[in-house]
Ligand binder design. Structure first.
Ligand SMILES: *[C@@H]1O[C@H](CO)[C@@H](O)[C@H](O)[C@H]1NC(C)=O
Ligand SMILES: *[C@@H]1O[C@H](CO)[C@@H](O)[C@H](O)[C@H]1NC(C)=O
Ligand SMILES: *[C@@H]1O[C@H](CO)[C@@H](O)[C@H](O)[C@H]1NC(C)=O
Length: 363
């Protein structure tokens, strides 16, 4: 019996590898975009924590295989669909020499999405969440509700990892929060989707955003010449510059609240995520209806870096930490420019505190 299962299994795994690469072009484009966003450590914990765990030993494996056999058989009858799936999430691990392709469960639309904001700490939050055994998330940013909406909902669903009953499917694309069309589109998929927004002081966020762009494009004009219409007078803020515009949280939230009730949102403080990752993760897990599993024991504070990091499973590569990539030097920005910006954001921040019912203490 075991041999039969193993034979079936090898056949499938082999087929997976021989499936033409061209089919996955869409995946490539998603990863390309992903690389543009600041993924400082693209090491995936998922291969270890998401796939290996449920299939810890052979008994486990055979048990789960028999329990899902009707689905398994169905998938064999539709090899293309099945293979797209396993290749899409790239989850093939080797344990004790047995290749394990994760073809269990089914792909569902995400029940929760991290919709923003850029440079808020969304990558870290997602990686922290992936430690949870009941969270399965797309590694790349799908950019479906902004860039690739015309590819259709099935394309989107196919990007999702397979989940078992009771697991939460997630993705994160920080640009959704500032995309006008995103709320309506997301609601058209499912108005019950839970929405997580990681927010951070808009001034430090803008500087961090600018610093990231500068590191890719050293010829960039100064921060103040982009943030102000006239950089010698520093009178008028240029709100058309994305680094400034993204921080107008109240304005963006207004668009979302036309389609989703406030109770569907969780606002995560980017500052608290750094100061107290376990505490903030507690709120996130409660919001998602998950058992509080990710907590203090999963984090350590790297003194050199000055940021919390995730304890990694043995041999899983670089640690995942919050905070800036090392070696990225911060540009000198005149303090009066930062003060003007701070004054500019104050009323918007107040409005955002009022709308969200949370004081983030940025002023
Ligand atoms: C293997 O998995 C089965 C089923 O989950 C469990 O009962 C058994 O204790 C596990 N054995 C080892 C060595 O982990
Ligand atoms: C920019 O500000 C300076 C100083 O106030 C002023 O002299 C100059 O005319 C302004 N330039 C423009 C294009 O408004
Ligand atoms: C802490 O961060 C520094 C700088 O990024 C890095 O070189 C070092 O390996 C890290 N230490 C640990 C234990 O993660």
């Amino acid at each position: 019996m075991i041999l039969l299962f193993m034979y079936l299994f090898y056949t499938l795994a082999g087929f997976s590898e021989s499936f033409p690469k061209g089919t996955f072009d869409q995946q490539t484009s998603v990863r390309k975009y992903d690389a543009q966003d600041n993924i400082q450590d693209s090491v995936r914990l998922s291969e270890y924590s998401r796939v290996a765990q449920p299939l810890r030993n052979r008994t486990d494996f055979v048990t789960s295989l028999s329990s899902v056999s009707p689905k398994f058989a169905w998938q064999m009858g539709h090899p293309q669909q099945q293979m797209l799936g396993s290749a899409g999430t790239g989850e093939t691990v080797s344990r004790g020499g047995i290749p394990v392709s994760n073809s269990f469960g089914s792909k569902t639309f995400p029940q929760a999405i991290i919709i923003g904001v850029k440079k808020g700490g969304t990558r870290a939050l997602l990686e922290f969440l992936r430690v949870h055994p009941d969270v399965r998330a797309v590694g790349a940013e799908p950019h479906f509700f902004d860039r690739f909406y015309d590819r259709g909902l099935e394309w989107y669903r196919n990007l999702m990892p397979r989940t078992l009953e009771g697991q939460v499917t997630m993705e994160k694309t920080p640009s959704y929060f500032v995309t006008k069309e995103a709320p309506l589109r997301l609601c058209a998929m499912n108005c019950d989707t839970k929405l997580i927004v990681v927010v951070r002081d808009p001034v430090t966020r803008a500087v961090s955003d600018y610093t990231q762009t500068l590191s890719k494009n050293p010829g960039l004009p100064s921060f103040q010449s982009l943030a102000f219409r006239n950089s010698s007078s520093l009178d008028t803020i240029d709100t058309s510059w994305s680094a400034v515009r993204i921080g107008l949280y109240a304005q963006h939230l207004e668009g979302w609240l036309r389609h989703f009730p406030l109770s569907h949102f969780l606002f995560v403080s980017g500052e608290r995520l750094v100061a107290d990752p376990a505490g903030e993760m507690g709120r996130v897990q409660d919001f998602l209806g998950l058992k509080r599993i990710v907590g203090d024991k999963h984090f350590y504070f790297n003194q050199t870096k000055g940021f919390p990091c995730l304890k990694k499973p043995e041999g899983s590569g670089r640690p995942r930490c919050l905070g800036k990539s090392k070696g990225r030097h911060h540009p000198l920005i005149p303090p009066e420019a930062l003060q003007k910006l701070r004054d500019f954001y104050r009323p918007f921040n107040q409005k955002f505190y009022h709308m969200s019912g949370q004081d983030f203490g940025w002023d």
